[in-house]
Design a binder for this molecule. Structure first.
Ligand SMILES: [Zn+2]
Length: 148
């Protein structure tokens, strides 16, 4: 187990809302399937320790970050493509995913707050239309293209 996984696990089990939130954000950014799969072995304990935690958050509930982290861990455990997560959350920025090498932005509408991206997953080839919107925070709604 890498030191990073140890630290995440300690944070997730800490009952300290700030530490739980920090670990959740780090996990959401992780591409290390080995680390994530290792963490998956601890899912029951993590779920027990976090089930009734209220992480707060005014505009965007911080519990959503935790829900995303648990889904990211489960996807790694189940061997699912990272892109299987995109449609479930509003936090995956196509430009960040492209920067990390996970998707290719094939085309976009003219740049604006509200715009559309067409993206292809670099791992499984699935294609997505991503609607970017703005409501206090920027969000992205991923929809899988039927033709893909
Ligand atoms: Zn994919």
């Amino acid at each position: 187990m890498s030191g990073e996984v140890d630290a995440w696990l300690a944070d997730l089990l800490s009952r300290d809302t700030h530490r739980v939130w920090g670990a959740a954000c780090a996990i959401n950014d992780s591409r290390d399937r080995q680390d994530l799969a290792t963490l998956a072995g601890h899912l029951p304990a993590i779920q027990r320790a976090t089930a009734d935690l209220d992480l707060g958050g005014a505009l965007f509930p911080n519990n959503e970050r935790l829900r995303q982290a648990l889904a990211t861990v489960r996807a790694a455990r189940d061997g699912l493509c990272r892109c299987s997560l995109y449609g479930q959350f509003l936090t995956h920025d196509p430009c960040k995913e492209e920067g990390a090498g996970d998707v290719t932005v094939v085309s976009t509408s003219p740049p604006d707050w509200n715009m559309t991206y067409r993206c292809r997953c670099n791992h499984c080839g699935a294609e997505y239309e991503v609607e970017q919107g703005e409501y206090h925070l920027t969000w992205w709604k991923w929809g899988k293209e039927e033709s893909a």
